[in-house]
Design a protein around this ligand. Structure first.
Ligand code: FES
Length: 125
């Protein structure tokens, strides 16, 4: 959409272009998924750290928190206010807010800073 403006920020989309879910944009040969949740937008490279799947095109699912209770019983809580992004290839989930893998914190999505102002989505690669 727009080039880098000298401050490091690059305008990549209009907020009105998408309501929920992902919008893919190309920035210098890299596909980046913009994922909108209400007025908040997250930006991740569309490449899963597992095997390179198109992670930004995955589904948003409730953020699952597990704990093991006494006697080994597993308790699960699913938050609908906090979400995970599930890669469409093998289902690995990443915390939408942080990009950190829920099953292995050593894996995380490549993220970009996002600024939404005047109806424009700007990212800083
Ligand atoms: S490539 Fe994403 S889960 Fe395997």
């Amino acid at each position: 959409m727009g080039g880098e403006d000298g401050t490091g920020w690059r305008t990549v989309a209009k907020l009105s272009e998408f309501r929920h879910g992902a919008l893919l944009v190309e920035v210098e040969g890299t596909t980046i998924g913009l994922i909108r949740q209400g007025e908040k937008v997250y930006a991740y490279r569309n490449s899963c750290p597992h095997q390179g799947g198109p992670v930004a095109e995955g589904n948003l699912v409730g953020n699952t928190q597990c704990r093991v209770a006494e006697g080994g019983l597993r308790r699960q809580t699913v938050s609908r206010s906090r979400l995970n992004l599930a890669c469409p290839w093998h289902g690995i989930e990443y915390d939408l807010e942080t990009g950190v893998c829920k099953g292995d914190a050593r894996m995380r999505l490549k993220s970009y800073k996002v600024l939404v102002e005047d109806g424009l989505v700007r990212i800083r690669p």
